[in-house]
Write a protein that binds this ligand. Structure first.
Ligand code: FES
Length: 549
C-alpha cells in the first residue's frame, strides 16, 4: 500500500473506508463518480479515516444486453466478496443507474459492515422548445408520436440532445431516482441524497459529509443491519407510494430484505401503500422533474408530510432519526410536493393482483394507468416471445382493437433471461393512428420506471417456469378487477389442464450451457421473491477465517 504514496501515519490504526465505485464511461449516469469519490475521500481523511477506492462492475441500463437486470446479482456477488475479502472497516457505495444501487446494497448487506450510500444524483431537467422534458417518459411519448406520424425523426433526435444535457441519472421518477429516494427513506444516506442534481456543488458537499459519516458509523459500530430494520423497509414502501416510484423497486427491496433476513412480502407493498396518496407530482405519474423536486424540499419534505405514516424513531446513517429529519424539513413548492389534504392522486403505490393467471402475484401501478381500464374485460392477443411481438404488432391484419388485452410471454427472470423492461409494449400502429393511447398489457416482464400505462407486470410464475401465462391463447377472455386485486383467465380448469399437457415450457426458456447466464437461469427466484439467486439469499458476514499467506 505504501507504493501508492501513503505516509506512515495512514497506517496508525485509523478506520479503513472502502469506496466502492461503479464509475464507467459505459454507464453515463455514473460517469462523474470519480469526481464524487474525491469529495468522499476528503471527508474520510478529515474525519480521521483512510479512504481506499475500488471498482465494481457498472451496469448501464441503456447499454447492457440482454438487460442490465441479468447482472444485478452478479454485481451484488462482486461487491459482497470485494468487501469481505479486503481489510476494510466500512464502505461507501457510489452508484446511480437503476441496477447499480440495488446490486451494491444487496452485496454490502450480505457482509453487513457499516455502510453509507452516495448516489449519482439526477441530470438537470431536459429542455426542448421551451418545455421541460423528462428522460424515458418523453422518449416513450415521442417515439409513439414518430410511429403515429406526428413527429419527425430529426425533431426526435433534437429532443434527445436536449433531454440528456448534463451528468447524472434519469431525472424523472424512474428507477434510478426511485432507488436513490428509497436509500434515503431507508436511512442509508444523508438527507437530500436523492434529489440534489449531479452537477450541484451541494452534492459534492454531501459526498464530503458522507465521508465524515462513515468514519463515525465505524467508530460507533453501526452496522448496515442496524439501520435496515423492518421499520426502515416500511418507511421505504410508504415513501415509494408517495413519490409514485418505479415498479422495479419492489423487486430490489424484496431482494435486499432477503439478504438481511427482514421479513417482507409482495403483499406488504399493497397493504402499506394503500393509505398513502401520491404526493409528488413528478413524471411519469405527474408533471415535474427531479430538479424541481430538489428545490421543493426533496425526500425530507415528503417524510415530513407523511407524518405518522412514517416510523419516526428509525435511526439513519446521518446519526439523526427520521423524526429529526422531518422536523428540519420544509416544503417550498406545494405544486411539486403536495399535502396529504391535496394530493396529486388519492391512489398510489402498487396493486398486487392474484388470480389463476398469477397465483404468486402480479403488479400494476395505478397512478400510471388509465383509471377506466383498471376494471376491464377483454380478449387476449397473445405474443409468444418479444420477437413474435416485434414481428406482428404493426401488422395491419392483426386482430386487435382497443378493448383487447395484449399478452406477452417468455420475458420473465428465467425466460429472457433477466426480465427485461418490455412490459410497456408499444401499442399497435393502427390503433395509435386512431388515437388510442392506452390498453391493458400483461406480461412476466418488467417496465422502465419512466414508463406509464395500464401495464400488468411481474406475473409469477412466469411462462418459462410453467405459469398459467404460458397457457393463454388468442381470443381467451381475461378479467382485471383492480379494486378487488384480481386477474383471471376465463378458461375452465379442465381446459387449462388439457393445455398444460401439451405445454412445452422449454419453448419459453433460452438455452445457456455455460457461464453467468446458466448459473442465473438455474438459480434465479421468481419475481414475487425479488429475483435474487436462491443461494445468495441471506448473509455470510464479514469474518474470513483464513489469511492469504
Ligand atoms: Fe442510468 Fe436512467 S439510464 S439512470
Amino acid at each position: 500500500m505504501k507504493s501508492e504514496g501513503l505516509p506512515d501515519h495512514a497506517f496508525d490504526g485509523r478506520p479503513v473506508i472502502g469506496i466502492c465505485n461503479t464509475w464507467s464511461e459505459l454507464t453515463p449516469c455514473n460517469a462523474h463518480l470519480r469526481d464524487i469519490a474525491e469529495h468522499v475521500k476528503r471527508g474520510v481523511w478529515e474525519a480521521g479515516g483512510l479512504p481506499l477506492e475500488f471498482p465494481a462492475m457498472s451496469l448501464g441500463e441503456t447499454q447492457m444486453r440482454p438487460t442490465a437486470m441479468l447482472f444485478r446479482n452478479l454485481l451484488a456477488m462482486e461487491v459482497e466478496e470485494s468487501i469481505r475479502g479486503n481489510p476494510i472497516d466500512g464502505v461507501v457505495l457510489l452508484g446511480g443507474c437503476d441496477k447499480t444501487t440495488p446490486g451494491q446494497m444487496m452485496g454490502a448487506a450480505s457482509v453487513d459492515l457499516p455502510t453509507i450510500v452516495v448516489s449519482s444524483g439526477p441530470m438537470l431537467n431536459g429542455k426542448y422548445r421551451g418545455k421541460d422534458i423528462g428522460s424515458g417518459t418523453d422518449v416513450w411519448k415521442f417515439s409513439e408520436a414518430v410511429r403515429a406520424g406526428d413527429m419527425t425523426l430529426s425533431d426526435f433526435m433534437a429532443a434527445e440532445s436536449g433531454m440528456s444535457r448534463s451528468a447524472g441519472t434519469c431525472m424523472t421518477m424512474g428507477t434510478a431516482s426511485t432507488m436513490a429516494s428509497l436509500v434515503e427513506a431507508l436511512g442509508l444516506s444523508l438527507p437530500y441524497n436523492a434529489a440534489l442534481p449531479a452537477v450541484d456543488g451541494r452534492r459534492r458537499a454531501l459526498a464530503h459529509m458522507s465521508g465524515h459519516a462513515i468514519v463515525r458509523l465505524v467508530r460507533e459500530k453501526v452496522r448496515m443491519s442496524t439501520i435496515l430494520s423492518r421499520q426502515a423497509f416500511e418507511n421505504a414502501i410508504r415513501v415509494h407510494a408517495a413519490i409514485g416510484g418505479s415498479t422495479n423497486a419492489i423487486l430490489h427491496l424484496l431482494a435486499l430484505a432477503g439478504r438481511l433476513g427482514v421479513s417482507l412480502s409482495l403483499d406488504d407493498f399493497d397493504r402499506l401503500g394503500r393509505d398513502v396518496p401520491l404526493l409528488v407530482d413528478l413524471m411519469p405519474s405527474g408533471r415535474f422533474l427531479m430538479e424541481d423536486f430538489c428545490y421543493a424540499g426533496g425526500i425530507p419534505a415528503v417524510i415530513r408530510e407523511l407524518g405518522a405514516l412514517i416510523n419516526r424513531d428509525s435511526v439513519t446513517a446521518s446519526g439523526s432519526t427520521m423524526s429529526d429529519i422531518a422536523d428540519n424539513a420544509e416544503c417550498t413548492n406545494q405544486d411539486v410536493i403536495r399535502t396529504m389534504e391535496n394530493p396529486v392522486n388519492t391512489t398510489s403505490g402498487v396493486w398486487v393482483l392474484r388470480g389463476n393467471l398469477c397465483p404468486l402475484g402480479a403488479i400494476v401501478k395505478p397512478s400510471a394507468a388509465t383509471p377506466s381500464l383498471l376494471n376491464h374485460r377483454g380478449r387476449a392477443v397473445v405474443f409468444e416471445s418479444i420477437e413474435d411481438y416485434k414481428a406482428r404488432i404493426d401488422d395491419p391484419a392483426l386482430d386487435v382493437d382497443e378493448q383487447s388485452i395484449l399478452v406477452l410471454k417468455g420475458c420473465g427472470p428465467k425466460g429472457y433471461p433477466g426480465m427485461p423492461e418490455v412490459g410497456n409494449m408499444a401499442l399497435p400502429k393502427k390503433l395509435l393512428e386512431k388515437g388510442v393511447r392506452d390498453m391493458i398489457r400483461i406480461s412476466d416482464a418488467r417496465m422502465s420506471g419512466t414508463a406509464f400505462g395500464s401495464v400488468i407486470l411481474h406475473v409469477a410464475p412466469e411462462a418459462a417456469a410453467g405459469g398459467t401465462l404460458a397457457l393463454v391463447r388468442d381470443g381467451d377472455e381475461i378479467v382485471l378487477d383492480g379494486p378487488h386485486r384480481r386477474l383471471d383467465l376465463l378458461v375452465s380448469d379442465n381446459e387449462l389442464a388439457l393445455r398444460r399437457k401439451h405445454l412445452r415450457a422449454a419453448q419459453y426458456q433460452p438455452s445457456y450451457s455455460r457461464g453467468w447466464a446458466k448459473l442465473y437461469c438455474d438459480t434465479v427466484q421468481q419475481a414475487d421473491q425479488g429475483c435474487d439467486l436462491d443461494f445468495l439469499v441471506g448473509a455470510s458476514g464479514d469474518v474470513v477465517e483464513r489469511e492469504s499467506h
